[in-house]
Design a protein around this ligand. Structure first.
Ligand SMILES: NC(=O)c1ccc[n+]([C@@H]2O[C@H](COP(=O)([O-])OP(=O)(O)OC[C@H]3O[C@@H](n4cnc5c(N)ncnc54)[C@H](O)[C@@H]3O)[C@@H](O)[C@H]2O)c1
Length: 306
């Protein structure tokens, strides 16, 4: 089976590519390397096991050419920065909506069987009822979240018209090796960086806010299941750990694992940060056989040991 991974040189995409290659899938990547890095997939390029095509999903004719012989598409390519989406919504919509529509059009024309679209828990905005289920009302509060919700609707629309099989995965807070480090990185990536530099851990707000942290290795298993599970077609699934962890608990866990006497600095909450979030993952368990296997402590230990 040939799988095309858009955004395959990025954080999540490159872990998916590792898993696909090790299971014997034929893999092609398209990526414009805007945030992705060749070093994430260099081993596969050197061994000739993966076909890498440099290009942009906003270019419809490029997308059509890259789909020859492809059976399944996992669409991860996106602009994922919420602040960037506020500064430049046009660019975010161009990549995340027009790019997705290009992929869908080209897949329908080229007869690609299955399209797995990667969305985000951001579509719920700041929910007040927990755990968040797939039935919870969506209420996007950033252009990034709006663009992801529109992308989902486009996919399900193509599926309803019988043009392809679509599966939508809504990821919660993904962490793991290779995640990009910047001011707006996930809190785990920032905490690990603070520990490496031996500087205080900065928490925005009082730290009681909670998140659903899920290892990239669990995420990858959910994607593989969504490629192969016939019953997943036309459905939306949450992929998270199913457990809330407060940022204070996270900081304590990290400090205990490092064994150093690191200070915590509390700063003003960031505008637009949500209060709490955690997923009901029973639907993914039922249909995809999804089971999160990496507990947060082990995932953190693995990151800190690198
Ligand atoms: N990281 C998380 O916690 C998280 C949570 C929910 C959803 N997601 C979704 O998972 C997907 C992957 O996210 P990630 O964390 O790996 O981010 P990432 O930035 O590492 O990966 C995105 C990839 O897409 C590529 N890309 C961007 N624009 C492109 C374009 N126009 N044409 C071709 N390639 C392009 C980038 O170069 C990069 O390799 C995204 O769709 C994101 O919305 C991530």
């Amino acid at each position: 089976m040939k799988v095309l991974v858009t955004g395959g040189a990025g954080f999540i995409g490159s872990h998916l590519v590792d898993r696909l290659v090790s299971s014997g899938y034929d893999v092609r990547i398209i990526d414009n390397l805007s945030t992705g890095r060749l070093e994430n997939i260099q081993g596969h390029l050197d061994s000739g096991r993966v076909d890498f095509v440099l290009g942009d999903i906003r270019d419809l004719s490029f997308v059509k050419r890259s789909l020859k012989g492809v059976d399944v598409v996992v669409h991860l390519a996106a602009l994922i920065s919420v602040p960037l989406s506020v500064e430049n919504p046009d660019l975010t919509f161009d990549v995340n909506v027009t790019g997705t529509l290009n992929m869908l059009r080209a897949c329908a024309e080229e007869g690609v069987g299955r399209f797995v679209f990667v969305s985000s828990c951001a579509v719920y905005g700041d929910p007040d009822c927990f755990p968040v289920s797939e039935e919870t009302l969506t209420c996007p509060i950033s252009p990034y979240a709006e663009s992801k919700l529109l992308g989902e609707r486009c996919c399900l629309g193509f599926a309803e018209r019988g043009l392809l099989e679509a599966v939508v995965l809504r990821f919660f807070n993904v962490y793991g090796p290779r995640q990009g480090l910047n001011d707006y990185s996930g809190v785990i990536t920032r905490f690990v960086d603070f520990c490496r530099r031996g500087v205080p851990l900065v928490i925005y707000g009082d730290g009681s806010q909670s998140r659903d942290f899920v290892s990239v290795y669990d995420i990858v298993e959910a994607i593989i299941a969504s490629i192969n599970c016939a019953e997943a077609e036309g459905k939306i699934f949450h992929v998270g750990s199913g457990k809330p962890t407060s940022v204070n608990e996270l900081a304590k866990m990290v400090i205990d694992l490092v064994g150093a006497n690191l200070e915590i600095l509390y700063q003003a909450p960031r505008v637009g940060d949500i209060r709490d979030s955690y997923a009901d993952i029973s639907k993914a368990k039922k249909w995809l056989g999804y089971e999160p296997r990496v507990c947060l402590k082990d995932g953190l230990r693995d990151l800190l040991d690198r």
